[in-house]
Write a protein that binds this ligand. Structure first.
Ligand SMILES: Cc1cc2nc3c(=O)[nH]c(=O)nc-3n(C[C@H](O)[C@H](O)[C@H](O)COP(=O)(O)O)c2cc1C
Length: 175
C-alpha cells in the first residue's frame, strides 16, 4: 500500500469524543470550512449550507429538543461531548441529493479538522432535535433548507482510540 499524507490521514482519522473547553481558533474554523467547500456536490451546485454554532445554550437546547422528539441517551451522556463548536450541514428540502451533498461536505470537514490536529465526531443522534421547528428557526437556515447532519469539533483531550477492526466480508467483485 502506498503511504502518503492523504492515505495516512484517511487511515488515522478517528471520531473524537473528549474535548478541551477552549474554542478553536477563527483561522482553523475558516480553513476547515473552506476545505469542506471543495467536497463533491451533485451537479457541482454546492447546494448545502454550513451553520457554525458556538453558543452553549443553543447546543444544549438542541440536545433537549432531540430528547423531546424521541431521542434517548443514557444518563450522563453528553451527545456533543462538550465540544465548543458544532457545525450543522443543511441542504434544500427539495434537492434530490441534499443528504449526499451534506455528507460529503461533512467528511471533508472531518478530514480537514484532523489535518489541523482538531478532533471531530459526526453526531447523528440529535437530528430530530435539529429538525424541530423551534430549533430550525434559531439556526436561521436559508429558505427551504433542512438539517441533514452535524458534527462537533474541538481540541481533543484524549488520544484517538484505536480503530475497530475492519470488516473483511464487505467487498465483492463482479468481473
Ligand atoms: C451517520 C453517522 C451517525 C453517527 N452518529 C454518531 C452519534 O450520534 N454519536 C457518536 O458518538 N458518534 C456517531 N457517529 C460516529 C461513528 O460512531 C463512528 O464514525 C464509528 O464508530 C467509526 O469510528 P471512527 O469514526 O473513529 O472510524 C456517527 C457516524 C455516522 C456516519
Amino acid at each position: 500500500m502506498i503511504l502518503n499524507h492523504t492515505i495516512e490521514a484517511l487511515l488515522d482519522r478517528r471520531s473524537i469524543r473528549a474535548f478541551r473547553s477552549e474554542q478553536i481558533s477563527e483561522e482553523e474554523l475558516t480553513d476547515i470550512l473552506y476545505t469542506a467547500k471543495f467536497a463533491p456536490s451533485a451537479m457541482g451546485l454546492q447546494a448545502r449550507h454550513f451553520t457554525v454554532i458556538q453558543n452553549k445554550q443553543l447546543i444544549s437546547d438542541i440536545v433537549s429538543s432531540a430528547v423531546r422528539n424521541g431521542a434517548t441517551f443514557v444518563q450522563g451522556h453528553t451527545p456533543f461531548y462538550k465540544a465548543p463548536t458544532v457545525i450543522v450541514l443543511s441542504a434544500p428540502q427539495s434537492a434530490k441529493y441534499g443528504r449526499e451533498d451534506a455528507a460529503f461536505a461533512s467528511m471533508n470537514l472531518m478530514m480537514a479538522a484532523h489535518a489541523y490536529g482538531l478532533g471531530s465526531c459526526y453526531i447523528g443522534s440529535v437530528l430530530d432535535g435539529l429538525r424541530d421547528e423551534a430549533i430550525a428557526a434559531r439556526l436561521k437556515l436559508p429558505e427551504d433548507y433542512v438539517p441533514f447532519g452535524c458534527l462537533c469539533v474541538g481540541y481533543p483531550s484524549e488520544h484517538a482510540p484505536a480503530p475497530k477492526e475492519r470488516r473483511t466480508d464487505d467487498v465483492s467483485y463482479v468481473r
